[in-house]
Structures are given as C-alpha cells and as structure tokens.
Design a protein around this ligand. Structure first.
Ligand SMILES: C[S@@+](CC[C@H](N)C(=O)[O-])C[C@H]1O[C@@H](n2cnc3c(N)ncnc32)[C@H](O)[C@@H]1O
Length: 346
C-alpha cells in the first residue's frame, strides 16, 4: 500500500548530539520495521539469521535499530536461531568510534563490519534476511559534476541537475540489484530515504544556503569553491518508490509513505528547554559531522593547502556557520522529509 502523510515524529534515548537527527529518523521508521517483521517468515535451521545495516556510520544509531529489530522478532517468537549483524559503511567511515561503541554494547547478537560501498555486492547471494538503511542512500557513489552557484543538487539546473538525477538512478539501481542478489526469497528491505515534499521542498533549504554562504567566505572563488559540491541527491517520492526498478529486481512493495520528521531542536529552543548557545552548537555539530569531509576535499583539491591550514579553515567555516545560526535561529526550524519503503524479495 503506498500512501503519503505528513506526521511529525519525536525522539527517544540518550546519544551524542550529532546522532540526534538521524536517531529521529530511525525512531520514525519503527512502525514500518514492525510491519516488515510481521510479514517475515524465518525458516528453522542451524545457521544464523543475517541482518545488515547499510550506512552504519559511528554505530550508535545502527546498534539501536538492530536491537529494535531483534527485540521485535523475539517478541513475536519468529525464531530461536542466532543473529549475525553486518554493519556496512565506507572504508573512510569513523571505524574507531564504531568499534568503541560496538565493544561497549551488551549484545545478544554476533556482529561484523564491512568497509566497502553499499553500491556493490557486500554479502553472498541469498544470505540476507533483513536489510535496513536510513539516511544514507542520498549520498551518491560520486558527484557527476560540480554545481554552478550552489553546493547541492536541489538548486542545480539544466544539464547539471540532469547529471545528478541520472547518477542517483544508476546508484539506486545498483543498490537494489545488489540487495536483491543478497536477500533470501521472502527477505525484507527497509529503506528510509531523504526526499522532498509535494511542493518540492526538503525543509532543510536554510542549511544548504548557509553551507554555501560559508563556503563563499572561506574557499578561494575560482579554484576551491566550484569543487564544494555535495555528492548528494535528494529524491522525489516517486524517485524513491521506483516501481520499475522494484519490478526489475523482484521486489514487492509492502509499504511506502512519506512523512516529515521534526528534529525538535527548534521546539526545545522556543519552549526554553534549550539555550540559544546550545541550539546553535547542536545545529552546527550535526551538519559538520555530515559534511565536513566535503569541505576538506574542496580545500585539498588544489594541493596548495597544508593540513594545518585545512584544519584552521574548517574550524573557521564552522564558527561562521554557528554564529549565523545563533544570529538567525528562526531560519533553522528544520524538518526532514523522508520516504519509507518496505520491500519483500519475491
Ligand atoms: C547520515 S549518515 C547515516 C548513518 C546512520 N544510518 C544513521 O541513521 O545514523 C550516512 C552514512 O552513509 C555512509 N555512506 C555514504 N555512502 C556510502 C556508500 N556508498 N557505501 C556505504 N556507506 C555509505 C556514510 O559514510 C555515513 O556513515
């Protein structure tokens, strides 16, 4: 059943501030996780049930979602088999933080990590029972071109926009093709994808405008600034629910919907539960964590900057960003539109 709604969903638990917005997305996907598990048949056997998270990052959200999945499988008495959890992220991920977090977990599952792109095959054929991915597949395998006069493809036009659209579809195709190979028959894939709403808005536009404004202040205009393009494409709902690709890779749509997830910081500021200083710091930490690598790549692109220089300029960039949020908090009542898709491998 495909629906579109506009609910906003809250957050729970305790975690570092740059995990907070992504944790909100994961919390918001719980009803769909449960729906997926309810229709899942887990056969009996000796081998472990394999569950994979595609885009695990530092791991705190990844482990949280995996625990929820296992808890619900066990609450429904779906199996007494063991669980093997596979966390997948790029080789450049912060694996040190990941293993620090993993090794401090009270786990009822075995885990392993794979450092490679999820646009490639990561697991043996017909081995995966549940695949999950949240807030990750809007990151493309590569940026197809630089964007003129902005840093993100939602403001691209003409051929540049088209190049991003095509890259995003190719990447989605590769993602689905590989998950289709890996999943067992009847296995499920749960995707939480950033998207824009029916008015063409992501509701995070102010963030991207500010990133570009700071980039214009810090980067050299002719050499570095053009390279400051995020390898990101935010899909429309229809691009997320791409039934042609789903058919091609033998997926049945069990559920899909769109909703806006409220990051809550602004509400907390307005209710005097958070000081302006903390508000601007948290807003900045979260975006810095997600995009600082792109800034650094642009600074490295000419080969003329030392590491010390780059560290200094990065700090300057984020001070500027934070100061702007501090001065203009009302521009940062941000939400994030998500498309939730639950697929079953036929
Ligand atoms: C915004 S974080 C979301 C992390 C986590 N899913 C969460 O909800 O907190 C996106 C993650 O996707 C990872 N990622 C981006 N492109 C990837 C790729 N091609 N293969 C594997 N991981 C990728 C990034 O390294 C990053 O850790």
């Amino acid at each position: 059943m495909a629906t579109k709604t506009g609910a906003t969903i809250g957050m729970a638990g305790s975690y570092n501030s740059h995990s907070l917005p992504q944790r909100a997305l994961i919390e918001s996907s719980k009803p769909f996780i449960e729906k997926a598990i309810e229709i899942l048949n887990i056969s009996s056997g000796e081998s472990p049930v394999i569950i994979a998270d595609f885009g695990s990052s530092h791991g705190s959200n990844s482990m949280h979602v995996i625990k929820s999945i296992i808890d619900y499988i066990q609450a429904l008495n779906k199996t007494d088999r063991q669980f093997l959890i596979v966390h997948i992220d790029l080789p450049t991920n912060d694996w040190k933080s990941f293993f620090d977090i993993l090794n401090h977990q009270d786990k009822k599952f075995f885990s392993m990590a794979i450092g490679q792109s999820f646009y490639k095959q990561c697991l043996p054929p017909k081995s995966l029972t549940i695949g999950y991915s949240s807030a990750s597949i809007h990151w493309l395998s590569q940026k197809p071109c630089n964007i003129t006069d902005h840093c993100i493809s939602i403001f691209a036009q003409g051929d540049e926009l088209q190049a991003f659209k095509e890259q995003a579809r190719d990447d989605y195709r590769n993602f689905l093709e590989n998950r289709s190979l890996e999943l067992i028959q009847g296995g499920i894939l749960i995707l939480v994808m950033n998207c824009f709403n029916d008015e063409g808005l992501t509701m995070t536009e102010s963030v991207y405008h500010l990133l570009y404004k700071c980039a214009k202040s810090i980067l050299s205009p002719n050499e570095e600034l053009p390279n400051y393009t995020l390898p990101v494409y935010i899909r429309s709902y229809d691009e997320c629910v791409d039934t042609e690709l789903f058919d091609q890779y033998s997926f049945e749509v069990i559920h899909s919907n769109m909703s806006a997830v409220d990051f809550k910081f602004y509400g907390q500021l307005k209710n005097n539960e958070m000081e302006l200083e903390e508000f601007s710091r948290k807003q900045t930490e979260f975006i810095r964590c997600a995009t600082d690598s792109v800034l650094r790549e642009a600074l490295e692109s000419t080969g003329k900057r030392s590491k010390v220089d780059i560290d200094q300029l990065s700090n300057q960039f984020w001070s500027l960003y934070k100061e702007h949020v501090y001065q203009n908090p009302d521009d940062f009542d941000i939400k994030c539109y998500q498309t939730y898709v639950v697929l079953k491998k036929l």
